[in-house]
Design a protein around this ligand. Structure first.
Ligand SMILES: Nc1ncnc2c1ncn2[C@@H]1O[C@H](COP(=O)(O)OP(=O)(O)OP(=O)(O)O)[C@@H](O)[C@H]1O
Ligand SMILES: [Mg+2]
Length: 495
């Protein structure tokens, strides 16, 4: 079978970094080809070379046997390479139909036949399982729906290769299953799907073949049948990872944070909980159950209708995040791009950003750098220099910068919202070891996660939310996936 895409000796250098290093790769029609590897391994960059967002430093790219020259993203699209971005590239204030045909040349005489376009749009949307009016504005769609529009866009140009960079990072389980159906439909029509993911469970569900990258190079390309989790992890990080979730033996002390009767419209109803020093409290629940809302309410990011918050016995009046930060409450958002980082500033500046109360107040430049250096070491942030702008870091490494920043504060209670999302297995183990370390220092930790093994291994207690309420709190000896799911869905366990 002739590959749809063939890469030969493809490299991409950025100042100080060889992001992609002499890659040879064949992508076959009709396959789901997963690209895996640690943060900063070069996965996203490789996809940008293929979709001509970046120009290769050297090497050859063939599409359907033809050598292609670099002419930018429009050219790649015309050759049948479509990219579904990690952050979507749709125009929010245009309609779904307009987005689908954006950049397409009008028909003869310069006219666009709106009616025909709308009909065509309906057909494309149906094929990706989306029942929305093509006249709706993209901004009114959910994230999962917008992603579907992106895929429909790939169908609109009759793409031969559809690239998806961590497409499930922001999806709920049901939406993931739907996305997989769309992917299977694409491949059954002979299209190739190139799929970047950090989630091992997902890789084994969807991949036909897996290519592992490390430090810009391809380590191996294997059919998924020849892999198991342990082998895949070993290929990615080049070593064994013993324990993914090192549970700390922390001493559990006094109540640090006490939240009583927190309510906010329909989203939060009378929520109460406590976090003790040294404790890791999990928040479980379905997407939309109110876990993030509860964290945001405590942190002062959203106004509340009623409720009380106490830290170490002192009642707090939190009206905005700055109040929470000053009182000693930290929140690592799930949306690192939106809220977490100043992309234009250096890694060092982001870590010691002045909006947070630093340990010593004013921090001089040299000190800023040495703090950042230490965190880079500890969290294994991949960059040639901490002076670099955060913008040029890979997705997972940006996540680590957010964590580093919170570690520099005196926060007594830290909320981690999906901290493992988008980071590689090795870093995940490091991240959880670090969370355990923070608990051992006597801080109180709230861990929000949709992945039950994470919660079950790491937490001392798990609070389960359903429809904006606390459905129950489980002690460690009561932990089970079934028990949590039963509380989260409201469906009684069948004995
Ligand atoms: N525009 C850029 N300028 C400088 N360096 C860059 C640029 N884009 C990427 N890099 C560097 O290239 C390397 C590979 O980054 P890339 O984004 O491809 O990694 P990745 O495998 O997608 O990682 P992740 O899993 O974290 O998303 C990283 O060291 C990154 O900092
Ligand atoms: Mg990436």
């Amino acid at each position: 079978m002739e590959p749809v895409v063939r890469l030969r000796g493809v490299s991409k250098e950025f100042p100080g970094v060889v992001a992609v290093d002499g890659v040879d790769l064949d992508i076959l029609p009709g396959e789901v080809h997963v690209v895996a590897g640690e943060n900063g391994a070069g996965k996203s960059t490789l996809m940008k070379l293929l979709s001509q967002v970046e120009r290769p430093t050297s090497g050859e790219i063939y599409i359907s046997g033809e050598r292609v020259e670099f002419h930018g993203p429009g050219h790649a699209r015309r050759l049948g390479v479509a990219m579904v971005y990690q952050e979507f590239a749709l125009a929010p204030h245009l309609s779904v139909a307009e987005n689908l045909f954006l950049g397409r040349e009008p028909g003869r005489g310069g006219f666009v036949n709106r009616r025909a376009e709308k009909e065509e749009a309906r057909g494309l949307l149906r094929r990706v399982g989306l029942e929305v009016d093509p006249d709706r504005l993209v901004s009114s769609l959910t994230v999962a729906e917008q992603q579907r529009v992106e895929i429909a866009k790939a169908l609109a140009i009759d793409a031969r290769v559809v690239i998806m960079d961590e497409p499930t990072a922001t999806l709920a389980e049901k939406e993931i299953e739907e996305l997989f159906e769309v992917i299977r439909d694409l491949t059954s029509h002979g299209r190739a799907v190139l799929y970047i993911s950090h989630r091992l469970d997902e890789i084994f569900r969807i991949a036909d073949r897996v290519t592992v990258m490390r430090d810009g190079k391809v380590v191996a390309t294997l059919p998924v049948e020849e892999l198991d989790e342990a082998k895949l992890v070993r290929l990615m990080v080049g070593r064994e990872i013993g324990n993914l979730y090192p549970k700390p033996e922390a001493e559990i002390g006094e109540v640090l944070l006490r939240v009583r009767g927190l309510s906010r419209g329909e989203r939060l109803k009378d929520c109460s909980f406590e976090v003790r020093a040294g404790e890791i409290l999990g928040f479980a629940g379905l997407v939309g159950a109110g876990r993030t809302e509860l964290a945001r309410a405590v942190f002062g990011a959203d106004p509340v209708d009623s409720g009380e918050i106490e830290l170490e016995g002192r009642p707090l009046r939190i009206r905005k995040p700055q109040d929470a930060i000053e009182a000693g409450i930290g929140y690592l958002t799930e949306d690192r791009k939106g809220e977490g980082l100043a992309l234009q500033l250096g890694i060092d500046q982001n870590i010691t950003l002045a909006s947070l109360p630093a340990r010593l107040g004013f921090i001089g430049l040299g000190r800023e750098r040495s703090i950042a250096e230490r965190r880079r070491e500890q969290l294994n942030i991949r960059t040639p220099s901490v002076r670099r702008k955060v913008q040029v870091l890979s997705g997972g490494n940006q996540q680590k910068v957010v964590v580093a920043r919170w570690l520099e504060t005196r926060a007594r209670v830290l909320f981690f919202d999906e901290p493992a999302r988008g980071i590689d297995v090795g870093a995940k183990a490091e991240m959880f070891a670090l969370i355990g370390e923070l608990a051992r220092e006597g801080r109180g930790i709230v861990l929000i996660s949709s992945y039950l093994p994470e919660l079950i291994n790491m937490c001392d207690r798990i609070l389960v939310m359903r429809d904006g309420r606390v459905a129950g709190v489980l002690e460690r000896e009561e932990f089970s996936e079934e028990g949590i799911i039963a509380l989260a869905t409201g469906v009684k366990e069948t004995v």
